[in-house]
Design a protein around this ligand. Structure first.
Ligand SMILES: [Fe+2]
Ligand SMILES: [Fe+2]
Length: 176
């Protein structure tokens, strides 16, 4: 049974879901793309900042969102799409996640006043943009997943629940 969101948008989502026009992104893809746009916006915002406390606060927001997002993909999307998405593409995505996590850990160990802090945040942003392209581009991970057998609406509902859980969990565990 598919559980439907209880929010006020629930009804609209339900009616869209029943109409299979083929143009609509399934819930899993919609959720992940929304995360991508959000974090891209925050990287752009970071570039405008001068105040170190504001930089730290925004970076912490970016780091938390990226940790939750990559974990959801690694726990749910990537393993469940094995077989539907090319192995090489999935393997590279894991490696790119690892690269991003290392850079995040390096930045977390620094202060915004230190040399290379801004540069590392900038490079992380570029790295994420590249990775997001691999996921969203024609023939990329999402496109291949959409052609596959998995129910990406049901998967999206599970992702949404896991995202909430992880966000609460990791926000508590934050070092600073
Ligand atoms: Fe990813
Ligand atoms: Fe992603």
């Amino acid at each position: 049974m598919v559980t439907t969101a209880k929010s006020s948008t629930g009804k609209a989502q339900r009616s869209r879901r029943t109409r299979r026009t083929g143009r609509r992104d399934p819930v899993a893809v919609t959720l992940l793309k929304k995360d991508h746009r959000e974090v891209e916006g925050w990287f752009d915002e970071y570039e405008q900042l001068e105040d170190e406390a504001e930089k730290l606060a925004l970076f912490n927001k970016i780091a938390l969102a990226l940790k939750v997002h990559t974990q959801i993909e690694e726990e749910i999307l990537y393993p469940e799409e094995r077989g539907d998405v090319e192995d090489d593409m999935l393997d590279e995505a894991y490696v790119e996640h690892d690269g991003a996590k290392k850079l995040i850990a390096e930045i977390e160990a620094m202060k915004p006043s230190e040399q290379f802090y801004d540069a590392k945040v900038k490079v992380l942003g570029e790295y994420i943009k590249h990775h997001v392209k691999e996921e969203e581009q024609p023939g990329g991970i999402f496109a291949q997943a959409k052609k596959g057998d998995e129910d990406l609406d049901a998967m999206g509902e599970r992702m949404r629940a896991r995202k909430e859980e992880l966000t609460a969990e990791l926000a508590k565990a934050k070092p600073n």
